[in-house]
Every structure is written in C-alpha cells, then in structure tokens.
Design a protein around this ligand. Sequence first.
Ligand code: C5P
Length: 223
Amino acid sequence: MEQCDAVIVAAGSGTRLGVTIPKAFVPLGGKPLLAHSLETFIAYPEIDRIVLVVPAGLVDRAVDTFADDKVAVVAGGAERWESVRNGCLASDAPWVLVHDAARPFVTASVIDALLVMRNRFDCAFTATPVVDTIRTFTGDTAGKTVDRSKLVRVGTPQLFRSSLLPKCFDLAATLPSPPTDEVFLMQQIGIPAGIARGDPKNFKITTKEDLEIAEGMLRLGMK
Ligand code: C5P
C-alpha cells in the first residue's frame, strides 16, 4: 500500500471548553490531551510520519514535549482548514490521514478501517450512527423531525489522496464561511467520500463535561 502520513490538528483555542490554554494542551489523565492520540499514531506501524499542527506560539514547546523520530511540528492557522492545509504542506506522502487532537480515544482498529478505504476511494472518513431523534428548530419552537436512518455523525480520522488537496484548499479560501471538514471540500470538487466504521468512544472533547467523561473513561481503563 502507498504511504500515508498523519496530520493531527491541535491549533484550536478551547473557547467552548472554557480554558485559557489551547484545548490540545489541557491535561487529561495527567498528560496533554494531544498526547493521547499522538501515542496511538506513533504506535501504529503503517503510519511513518506524523505532523502535529499547534498554535504558532507553542511550536517550540510542542517540539520539546512531543519529540520523536516520527513527529514534525508546524504552526496552525486561524481556521481549522488552514491548520489542516499547513499540516498537509509538511507531508510529501501520497495519502494523508487528518485527525483532531480533541479526539483522544482513536484506536488502531478505527485507523485500520479507514486505511483500507484507499482500495476504493480517494477520500474517506470515520463515522458513527445517529442514535437520538433529530429535529430542526426556530427559537424555542420545534420544526421538522429528520429521518436519522439517513444521517451519520462525522468524525476523524479522515483520509485523503494528497494530490487532490490543493484544489480543496483553493476552494476553501473562497467560501463565505469556513468548512467544518475537508470531506465537504472534496465533495464540492466532485470526489466521492467513503464511510468507514468509527467508534462512539472516539468522541470529540468540546465542553467541560466531555473532559470529565474522558477522565472517567481513563479511570475505568477504557483506553
Ligand atoms: O473547533 P473544533 O472542535 O471543531 O476543532 C477540531 C480540531 O481542529 C481540534 O483538534 C482543534 O485543535 C483543531 N483546530 C485547529 N486549528 C484551528 C481550529 C481548530 O487545528 N484554527
């Protein structure tokens, strides 16, 4: 199989978490949040190189903290897609896997399920089923109930054929609002996206409650 590098984006601010340090550096189980997914990718044999994308002011600290033969560190951008672009520019592999540092519970089997999609797709992502009833709303009034059997919860890691990414980033720069992932951009340029089986445990830490749940999971040995 062709080589695949991992890009871990960790340049977000953590505003919704209510912390003053960048989210990826918040402690979880006694080490920075970012360290959890990084360790999984370092231990994954098929990934040769990992690019960490951190806030510009923390590049030196990240180099000191996460030094490893497999790891390079670059500065992120104001929007997530700019951080992904900066990370991808530091890779010359034919494939890149993009992962949110805010998802510490990624596993080797989730990565396996995604990488196998290279046989059939130029772009793929991991996802889990929607289990709640989903309904639109205006103010405090409910609108339509959406058919959840046709929905998936989109997660990371996500996989891309590198040669297609420059066109995606050119497009992103022209959009009125920033894309929430690069699969959206791939779809906009006409590339079909495959769906790989994700793991509900690989949720994104966004709020203080998410962090508490993650601490509890670690105490229970769920990683
Ligand atoms: O903000 P959100 O939770 O969607 O961020 C998802 C991931 O993207 C996080 O790991 C965050 O650190 C990263 N990010 C980034 N650069 C930004 C914004 C978010 O690397 N400008």
